[in-house]
Design a protein. Structure first.
Length: 96
């Protein structure tokens, strides 16, 4: 019998990780650390949004923050080339 190690972020918690193993359980510590960094960024972005966007609910702030954190590389590139955001949201052309 072989032994395997699985990693998860403490921010997700074991119960949440076990209920979503495809996206929250990792085979390497580096992958779990990367997930933890995304969650940390999302947490801080959500706090910033709640303080700076009047009327934004906590739930919506968290959803927006998670999306921003998951696509941080796109946002970093968009700081120099804003049209990348529009290009990333355009639907794929239908093939005939």
């Amino acid at each position: 019998m072989a032994v395997q190690s699985l990693y998860f972020s403490d921010r997700d918690g074991l119960e949440m990780a076990l209920s979503n193993p495809d996206t929250m359980l990792f085979q390497s510590k580096a992958e779990a650390d990367a997930r933890d960094k995304v969650l940390e960024l999302a947490e801080n972005v959500a706090l910033w949004l709640e303080k700076n966007v009047e009327g934004l609910s906590e739930d919506l702030a968290e959803q927006c923050a998670m999306s921003i954190a998951e696509h941080k590389d796109l946002f970093a590139k968009a700081m120099k080339k804003p049209e990348l955001l529009a290009e990333a949201t355009e639907p794929e052309p239908a093939e005939s």
